[in-house]
Design a protein around this ligand. Structure first.
Ligand SMILES: [Zn+2]
Length: 457
């Protein structure tokens, strides 16, 4: 069994305050069988013999970042003229007809491209919310599982769904909504085929009806029952915009959180994308029931949706992680940049003394692990999964910086030198071994062009 010593990093942020207080005093960590087995003191040698030594003197080491909300397919509709300068509902109405033209090639290429982009930005665990199914796209999640396995990425893939079309008072056109019995049958098939409940799982499945304005209460309730039956997580968009709050009041006579509670979702094992427009009592209720929130600062700024009350949610008990959200509302998939955006946006809300770079890194690592119910991820404790991101601070933007960990966030680190997932190197010297990025980009761009053409035809 091979044992790897990551020797003498320039700086380490483990996510464990008791270790990080002695920052600079770390001699490295030892990895064996995909896990962290030793913290080595500065100047000391590992207690067990090692097979491989990796000199990290010019690298900063942090736990791999965890992305809690994304729509990989949206990488095909970045900066699309029809969707520019709009807020959520209008933005969606302009994009649904384009997304209606997705085919399975689009799913494969967008998944690979988004995963590559995430890996290069320091992400080791990615969640995706795929809810767009049409006649052409039936095996989207199977395709995503295969792509993630091929690339060695840890994923929580959600079987998303939409069942409330325009003709029934929903927002999406009828051509992209599905029959509820078919959604549930497919959800069950995917859980049985791919969900690994074990410690260190590389592939998990969760259930994710899209939003209050695109699914019925019956599907929300039935998805919750199925999730309980199989012990999988539940995910949805909630309280993203004032328009959504108004939709819930008009259609259900309830605010979004009351609606969520009425369909059996106010419980641990549920996480919400955005979670912005909650009042004080609702923030308290989310904390009490340990409902997680994926804060998506770039998307929230791009669509002018608002700001999630991250510090209060965390303080009251709700797990909080970060998500890049779909690449049509970001419009990139860079997880380290998202950490910086969360840092900046939450400082604007709470003041610079109350939000530190440690907070932003925590949301991007152990916070996300808490949201996804994965204590073996997000921190570099003994026994944790060896999911690691290494950054070199040799770009112009870092020159003159003094605190290497603060510099990652303040100077804007955005690309790793090396990345390890479950003890396997997935990025080396800024490249993904075995992946022809130029070819992937060319094929992905072609698919994006074809998709836009199909919509205008
Ligand atoms: Zn989203």
């Amino acid at each position: 069994m091979s044992r790897i010593f990551l020797k003498s990093p320039a700086a380490v942020w483990t996510g464990l305050p008791e270790v990080d207080e002695k920052q600079g005093a770390c001699g490295g960590i030892v990895i064996e069988a995909g896990r962290i087995v030793e913290h080595v003191a500065a100047g000391a040698a590992p207690t067990l013999p090692v097979d491989e030594e990796f000199d990290c003197r010019d690298r900063v080491l942090i736990p791999g970042l965890i992305n809690c909300h994304h729509h990989f397919y949206q990488t095909l509709t970045r900066a699309l003229p029809a969707a520019l300068n709009k807020e959520l509902f209008e933005w969606l109405v302009n994009l649904y007809p384009v997304w209606a033209g997705l085919d399975e090639d689009c799913i494969r290429l967008s998944t690979k491209l988004a995963l590559a982009e995430l890996m290069l930005s320091g992400c080791t665990t990615a969640s995706d919310h795929h809810y767009l199914f049409n006649r052409e796209v039936t095996a989207a999640i199977d395709i995503q599982v295969a792509a993630a396995q091929e690339m060695g990425m840890r994923v929580v893939l959600t079987r998303g769904s939409m069942s409330l079309g325009t003709s029934s008072g929903g927002l999406p056109p009828d051509c992209v909504v599905q029959d509820e019995a078919a959604i549930l049958e497919e959800s069950e098939r995917l859980i049985k085929a791919y969900h690994d409940a074990g410690d260190g799982a590389m592939t998990q499945i969760a259930l994710a009806p899209c939003s209050p304005f695109s699914v019925t209460p019956e599907l929300m309730q039935a998805s919750a029952d199925l999730a309980t039956q199989y012990g999988v997580l539940l995910h949805t968009h909630l309280a993203e915009t004032q328009d959504e709050n108004q939709f819930c009041l008009d259609r259900f006579g309830q605010r979004p959180l009351d609606y969520l509670e009425s369909v059996g979702w106010l419980r641990p094992g549920v996480w919400l994308a955005h979670g912005i427009h909650f009042n004080d009592e609702e923030v308290e209720r989310l904390g009490k029931h340990r409902v997680g929130v994926s804060h998506c600062p770039s998307s929230n700024m791009m669509l002018a949706s608002g700001m999630s009350r991250v510090l209060e949610l965390e303080a009251l008990g709700a797990p909080v992680g970060l998500g890049v959200d779909g690449s049509a509302s970001n419009d990139c998939s860079n997880m380290m940049e998202e950490v910086r955006q969360a840092f900046l946006l939450q400082r604007l809300q709470y003041g610079s003394a109350r939000v530190t770079h440690h907070d932003a890194l925590r949301w991007g690592t152990s916070g996300g692990a808490g949201v996804l119910g994965r204590p073996e991820l997000g921190r570099l404790h003994l026994g944790a999964q060896a999911d690691l991101a290494l950054f070199r601070l040799d770009e112009l933007r870092f020159s003159g910086s003094h605190d290497a960990i603060a510099a990652l966030v303040l100077c804007g680190a955005h690309r790793v030198s090396d990345l390890m997932v479950a003890g396997q190197w997935r990025v080396r010297d800024g490249n993904i071994p075995g992946l022809d990025l130029a070819q992937l980009r060319a094929e992905h761009s072609d698919a994006a062009r074809r998709l836009a053409l199909r919509a205008s035809a």
